[in-house]
Design a binder for this molecule. Sequence first.
Ligand code: HEC
Ligand code: HEC
Ligand code: HEC
Length: 361
Amino acid sequence: MHVDWKHIAIALAILPVAALLFAWIGFFNVGASSGHWKITDWFLHFAMRSAVRTYALSVDVPEKLPHHTLQPAAGHFARGCAICHGAPGEPRSPAVLRMLPQPPALAERVGEWNDAELFRIVKHGIRFTGMPAWPSQARDDEVWAMVAFLRDLPAMDERTYRDLAYGDPADPALHPVDFGQSLAECVRCHAADGLGRSAATPILAGQSEAYLIQSLRAYAEGRRQSGVMALPATAVDAALLRDLAQHFAALPSRKPDRIHHDPALMRRGEEVARIGIPAAKVPACLGCHGGRERNPLYPRIAGQPAEYIAVQLDLFRHGKRGGTEFSHLMTDAAKGLSDTDIAALAAYFSTLRQAPATGAP
Ligand code: HEC
Ligand code: HEC
Ligand code: HEC
């Protein structure tokens, strides 16, 4: 076959320019959400494994791994590693599961590496992955302590890990997740009075306890989608969710002080709330959200911020909001709502002190 060297030379010269152009236009997807192609993933891990294997050849492995240092290694693991890799009894957080590459649950992985390779990874980290190097490069003894801990990890149960990393759970001073600490986490956004620090944050004060707890479980289990709430709902000890719900439910609810300046919009909101929109198969909202005697899983919406109400109605309308076992009722109710209806309902309910008992006009 005739090889045209001139054409090959031209093609080779054009290639870097084409690659540069491709990158400059912005076609290369740097997003993490879609993952790598299978071949890219294979290549990156192939390169990583080869590099770790080669560099580990120069590591001097001690005769015996240190075991008297297990406790501080576990204590460091709880702060420096568990945030990405999880730990016995602590699954990885939803934010971390969306990292690319995803930090693995280490108990399942450490068996694939020898001691020198683990040392190499823990001391130097892994470039381009988020896996950090050891904070002090001068302390190989600490790195070996961590390798020893990693060796024990696959067989370690939750209780042993917690005891090593946090201390005796019976000692209240050492208890890692007490109510006050968890509440402080919620208060960052929901405020101590439970009224919320922004119009995007729902009022928890005075909301029904049953609804609050079911909503928290729905966030934690991914049945109700919210990246912002998935983190606190999974970070908090499951045993404390009920206490937190009880705490917020018992706080006094807000008396809305905002007056809406568009009377026509308010009238439209009230009309839909009381009688619905029969032509669009929208039921009367107050049939479920009115009065005091309603099902405890039908939330109180009177006084919620208009912005929050509008976003939730839009999510329901598009089938994007789950929650309690009754959330499908709300998906059906919201299907026929137009943008104007949503604005009107948000205006009406956000300025309402107490929802009237009946849907009848
Ligand atoms: C910011 C997140 C993050 C932190 C913190 C972190 N790692 Fe990693 N780690 C990663 C990621 C991501 C990978 C996966 C690299 C890959 O898939 O190539 C990884 C890989 C590893 C591996 C190799 C496992 C395998 O088979 O791929 C080990 C061992 C490891 N980490 C140990 C640790 C230890 C010990 C600590 C604490 C001192 C720690 N990591 C802290 C993100 C983290
Ligand atoms: C980073 C801010 C932030 C933190 C921290 C936070 N929340 Fe939230 N919370 C929100 C936002 C924003 C929403 C609305 C999410 C949505 O659109 O579904 C929300 C929604 C909720 C809901 C649903 C209420 C309803 O009316 O449907 C509950 C219950 C809740 N949070 C409880 C908690 C508890 C308990 C904690 C502490 C463990 C907490 N939140 C921590 C911001 C936060
Ligand atoms: C058949 C009963 C029913 C009707 C009718 C109904 N809802 Fe709901 N609504 C629910 C239930 C149940 C939920 C709780 C959904 C969940 O998270 O499981 C809910 C939730 C909501 C929420 C979210 C509250 C929060 O704190 O996140 C808003 C806003 C809302 N409804 C507004 C309306 C409006 C406006 C109408 C009228 C167009 C309406 N609802 C009609 C049962 C109903």
